[in-house]
Design a protein around this ligand. Sequence first.
Ligand code: SF4
Length: 253
Amino acid sequence: MSEPNDADELAALTTSLKRHLQRRQRAGIGFLAKGDPVETKPVSVVKENLLGGTVDDMFADTAASMAANSLDELRAAIGDCQRCKLCSGRTHIVFGVGNPRARLMFVGEGPGQDEDLQGEPFVGRAGQLLTDIITKGIGIKREDVYICNVVKCRPPENRNPEPDEVAACEPFLKKQIDLVRPEIIVGLGKFAVQTLLKSNVAISKLRGNWHSYHGIKLMPTFHPAYLLRSPADKKLVWEDIKKVIKELQGENT
Ligand code: SF4
């Protein structure tokens, strides 16, 4: 392979600059103002990732999201995220919804079709079941809890998120949990629970028992989508939710 010449380096630098400015525009950041310091770096140290961003940009963006002091700031820092390949098929980033100071947080796997189209987690048939669990089962409003997923973009054909996708998106979930600081997390389904607990144990064995996620009480239970296919297991979820209610009421289980 021949060494890159000046023309090649100039073309690479121009492409990189163009993409950087496009990302700033998508994130609502204007062009550089006159007098703004312009940081320069040799083309050879700018490594492009598969999605056209740069490794440097990814670290800068992630640092910004980790520095967020509120959910709004975190959402703004995530911007038009392209950190993993799920970005290519999504309609909306499904960030999360609910009370930013909720005592109770629900974490699912990832958005489905309805969620992708509406930009809100748990709004399809499974979402209605979760809403029933919250409102009719626990007896509180959906707006009183916080609801989000492990990955924020819909996996194609609702497949499970892949390890690299979870690795790219999980810092946002961790930051959401850190910002909301719930007393209790309900992990919905095998994927979310195994991701939170870093465990390969089956959800049927994990559910119904209290676990700890960085000091926060975590109750694993079945995913509402599973309950639509296996309604006989609703009674098991109700057993799990009754333990959550007791904990919320300050009663030891
Ligand atoms: S799934 Fe997460 S990391 Fe991947 S593109 Fe969407 S927001 Fe970014």
